[in-house]
Design a protein around this ligand. Structure first.
Ligand SMILES: NC(=O)c1ccc[n+]([C@@H]2O[C@H](COP(=O)([O-])OP(=O)(O)OC[C@H]3O[C@@H](n4cnc5c(N)ncnc54)[C@H](OP(=O)(O)O)[C@@H]3O)[C@@H](O)[C@H]2O)c1
Length: 301
């Protein structure tokens, strides 16, 4: 029988879908989260702030998948929110390191979420690969700190894979339903210049990539988790309009308006990047959804 897979932050968008895909493949799954959600999956509680982890959760576990972190787009980035965004990630991974170094366990692999925000924003024709240096803005710095904590786990003789997630397309949450809302109400329009690139991935492909990282022991280090078929913000808005049979007739929302409303957080939608999927493809990973139309056709908005 396969060893168990422990998932942190499993109540979120990716964790819920990944859990279902792992169960379908016959993997036993354990969840670790901030509250005990009684359900079909055995669940344990951790307290990242206080550095508390129920070591019982590690029993029979061979792999940890770390997805925990406060929602990047959930609240305005005040100084205290920025601290929360960083520490909910760095302290979570540090707690995993601490627990694995202090307790007896059979964990051989840790797969941690990261983000393509690592690269910052490139020039328009720049395509980021895993070889590229990190950016310097808030998200890039956050992501570097997050990955640096994950890297420390390698010193425990554990294989570490970091998946740098692009924008995850799902009908259950994340960016897509938010982008679809104004379009549905006939007030959808591109944001800012509309020429900024979105590097996206369908949630099925993303979860298949997590499973590949668990199963394929050749994978180590960072991999971009994107489809490699980036589109501009305007193209994405028009594609959603087509899907919902809504015209996109309004002019783009000016960037300064979004900055006034959201502060630096507006950069989440005003800036973008082209990110390569070549490295994961070279491992033999095959995407189910490569084109945006095919990906959007598969979701129910
Ligand atoms: N979705 C995307 O487009 C995308 C893109 C790039 C990167 N990512 C990253 O990938 C990871 C998974 O994404 P997701 O979309 O599934 O995220 P999500 O829906 O926001 O779920 C993240 C989970 O982290 C836990 N969490 C929230 N606040 C926390 C805190 N302060 N301290 C510790 N844990 C906390 C929660 O689980 P419990 O309540 O069970 O503790 C939450 O369900 C996240 O770290 C996210 O930043 C996502």
């Amino acid at each position: 029988m396969s060893k168990k897979i422990l998932i942190t932050g499993a109540s979120g968008l990716v964790g819920a879908h990944l859990t279902e895909m792992l169960l379908q493949k016959g993997y036993p799954v354990v969840h670790v989260g901030r509250t005990n959600r009684a359900g079909k999956i055995p669940a344990f509680v951790w307290n990242v702030e206080k550095g508390e982890f129920d070591a019982e959760a590690l029993q029979g576990v061979g792999t940890i998948i770390n997805l925990a972190g406060a929602g990047i787009a959930d609240k305005r980035w005040t100084p205290s929110r920025r601290r929360e965004l960083v520490e909910s990630r760095t302290k979570s991974v540090a707690l995993l390191y601490d627990t694995l170094s202090k307790h007896k366990h059979e964990v051989t692999t840790v797969v941690s979420a990261s983000a393509i925000g690592y690269y910052g924003v490139g020039a328009n024709d720049e395509i980021f690969t895993e070889q590229d240096k990190p950016g310097t803005d808030f998200l890039a710095t956050l992501t570097q700190q997050w990955e640096a904590e994950a890297d420390k786990i390698q010193s425990l003789n554990i294989r570490v894979v970091k998946l740098r997630l692009g924008i995850v397309l799902s009908d259950k949450g994340g960016a897509l339903p938010e982008m679809a809302k104004p379009v549905r109400w006939f007030v959808g329009s591109p944001l800012g210049k509309g020429t900024q690139y979105l590097s996206w991935i369908h949630i099925d492909d993303l979860c298949a990539m997590f499973i590949k990282a668990v199963e394929d022991e050749r994978l180590r280090g960072a991999y971009n988790a994107v489809s490699g078929h980036w589109v501009t913000n305007a193209e994405m808005t028009r594609a959603i309009g087509k899907m919902l049979h809504r015209p996109i007739w309004l002019p783009p929302v000016p960037g300064f308006v979004l900055k006034l409303l959201l502060g630096e957080m507006a950069n989440l939608v005003l800036l973008g990047s082209k990110v390569s999927a070549d490295k994961i493809k070279q491992t033999g990973f095959v995407f189910t959804y490569s084109g945006l139309k095919q990906a959007l056709d598969s979701v129910k908005l």
